[in-house]
Ligand binder design. Structure first.
Ligand code: ZN
Length: 366
């Protein structure tokens, strides 16, 4: 199974040695993939082995599906789904990596929350290109391609997509409302009235909260002249856009064109996938997950739907199941979550063992 690369010099341990550092409750496995996603991989296999060893026979078929190249947007999961579809398999519940058990992520909420992704945003990349005849950098034209491109990027940056509360986010706030202090409790309990206000407030908080209330767009790659003394005949930027539930690739493209308001900047779609369908947060599949959280991770943990911000392999599975959930059963601190895709990725041994318990409960629940 793949993991993202490492920069070994940034790590305080050998990134692929899986050293256990610390004692007692602080003992943690330090390794690339400890959380994302080998931690879950091994926890699932461990849970299944324990059940098999104990002679457990599940009431329903259980498929273990591990894509090998998720981090590079690879084709592994797509191939798995293709095969399952050919065999006519329609899973009653799909669980992929996703939200963790976290503290203090939702403003005002102090109880630990199990963040179960019921949907994920779409992802697309637009190419913005400005062109000109070119020439020598010593005699630049009045408005070179690079300046035109910069103006387009600046306009995009100044006019972000509007904020709104989409159904999974409404459901999340309604779920945690009883655990929030006033006046947040009142705000979260009457979103029919307060929704636009809450969306506007979240739109000004940290990047995670901002991203659950709006489609986001950011210029990621810039290209210009091949040398520093030539004019760029074409200057281009890749703009990475993450689409909120309800938005479409076509809508976003229209809006970008409108905001840039410059017919000389060509806007083309490099690739795009629409936001995922939304899985329900009631019914049998949901209860199974919430029950396993309570039994394995603690009575005090509140299981809540949420909108997953990053893209995962789960998007392929929505083609064969209406009940696709994104949850990683590890109780993580802020700094542990920050180590994902960064240096010093680690998981506390205790937390990992409880995660195994979650998978065991999920599979064996009656
Ligand atoms: Zn990852």
């Amino acid at each position: 199974m793949d993991v993202v690369p490492v920069v070994p010099e940034e790590w305080s341990t050998e990134p692929f040695a899986a050293d256990i550092v610390g004692e007692g409750a602080d003992a943690a496995i330090h390794a690339r993939g400890a959380i994302d996603d080998k931690g879950a991989l091994v926890a699932i296999l461990e849970a299944v082995e324990e059940l098999v060893t104990a002679g457990f026979t599940p009431a329903h078929d259980v498929y273990l599906a591990f894509g090998h190249n998720e981090e590079t947007m690879g084709d592994g999961a797509e191939a798995i789904v293709g095969l399952l579809r050919k065999r006519g398999v329609r899973p009653a519940l799909v669980l992929d990596e996703g939200g963790a058990v976290v503290d203090g992520v939702i403003p005002g909420v102090t109880v630990p929350t199990a963040m179960v992704g019921v949907a994920e945003r779409g992802v697309m990349t637009l190419e913005l290109t400005a062109r000109e005849a070119g020439g020598h950098a010593s005699t630049p034209p009045d408005f070179p391609a690079t300046a035109r491109l910069a103006r387009a990027i600046d306009r995009l940056h100044r006019r972000p997509f509007p904020t709104r509360l989409v159904p999974p986010v409404r459901a999340m706030l309604a779920t945690v409302a009883p655990h929030a202090p006033q006046p947040l409790r009142a705000l979260f309990s009457s979103l029919g009235l307060t929704g636009p206000l809450v969306a506007a407030i979240f739109g000004r908080l940290d990047p995670e909260m901002r991203a659950i209330v709006r489609t986001t767009a950011v210029a990621t790659r810039l290209r210009g002249a091949p040398g520093d003394n030539v004019l760029a005949t074409s200057a281009s930027a890749s703009v990475n856009i993450r689409l909120l539930t309800g938005d479409t690739v076509a809508d976003a493209m229209d809006r970008v064109r409108r905001v840039i308001a410059d017919p000389e900047v060509e806007v083309t779609l490099a690739h795009g996938s629409e936001p995922s369908p939304v899985s329900p947060w009631r019914g049998e599949a949901w209860r199974r997950i919430a029950g396993a959280v309570t039994r394995a991770l603690g009575e005090e943990v509140v299981t809540t739907p949420y909108l997953q911000l990053g893209a995962s392999d789960s998007r392929w599975f929505t083609a064969i199941s209406d009940h696709v959930y994104r949850f990683t059963p590890f109780h993580l601190t802020r700094s542990e979550r920050d180590a994902l895709h960064a240096h010093n990725e680690r998981i506390r041994v205790d937390v990992w063992l409880r995660g195994i318990g979650f998978y065991r409960e999920l599979i064996s629940a009656g």
